[in-house]
Design a protein. Structure first.
Length: 190
């Protein structure tokens, strides 16, 4: 099984990246092939709303470092997106990636019975960390993006959300969350 992990944190060893690393480590031990992209280290341009991906191309026409990421994600069976919560939202790095996934939709996506160019039946793991301990706050982030990714053909979506994780060392103390991430990897691969 091929897995692509998109890391939205600007910190290489932040909480969301740490959890994604545990997921991939478990998945790789079970025979998966994985590839990770640290978005903060890439030269990325936001969606230009040019609609070229609907008019004269089946892929995003912007040529930057996200071109490789979008291609890898379209080939993978599992997408792992990991992000901290900043101002009640995914990181700007991950948001730029998500905006560019608009290219996965066919030109008549609003009326088409199959709106996505991607192979149906993909799996999504969304890892979200937030310093705010109140679980009620920012609980809307995953459902909002899950709807879009289901549109793309991600029929099996999993959320790992950690509240009250503000420091990089917090994940080292949260063995319950690490176990949850590892269990999620096992469930997806077995």
């Amino acid at each position: 099984m091929k897995i692509v992990c998109v890391l939205g944190s600007p910190r290489k060893t932040g909480n969301s990246a740490t959890l994604a690393g545990h997921f991939l480590q478990t998945a790789n031990a079970l025979g998966a092939e994985s590839q990770s992209f640290l978005l903060n280290g890439l030269r990325v341009k936001g969606c230009q709303a040019c609609y070229s991906c609907k008019k004269n191309s089946e892929t995003c026409v912007i040529q930057d470092d996200l071109t490789e990421v979008l291609a890898a994600v379209s080939e993978a069976e599992v997408l792992v997106m990991a992000t901290p919560t900043y101002y009640g939202e995914v990181s700007s790095q991950l948001k730029a990636f998500i905006d560019r996934t608009f290219s996965y939709l066919v030109p008549d996506f609003l009326s088409s019975p199959r709106p996505s160019r991607l192979t149906p039946g993909k799996k999504l793991v969304f890892i979200i960390t937030q310093a705010q301990p109140d679980e009620k706050l920012f609980a809307d982030v995953f459902p909002r993006y899950e709807r879009f990714f289901k549109w793309y053909g991600y029929t099996d979506c999993h959320l790992v959300r950690v509240c009250g994780a503000g420091h990089e060392a917090d994940m080292l103390e949260r063995r319950d969350i690490v176990r949850l991430v590892e269990e999620t990897a096992r469930n997806i691969l077995t």
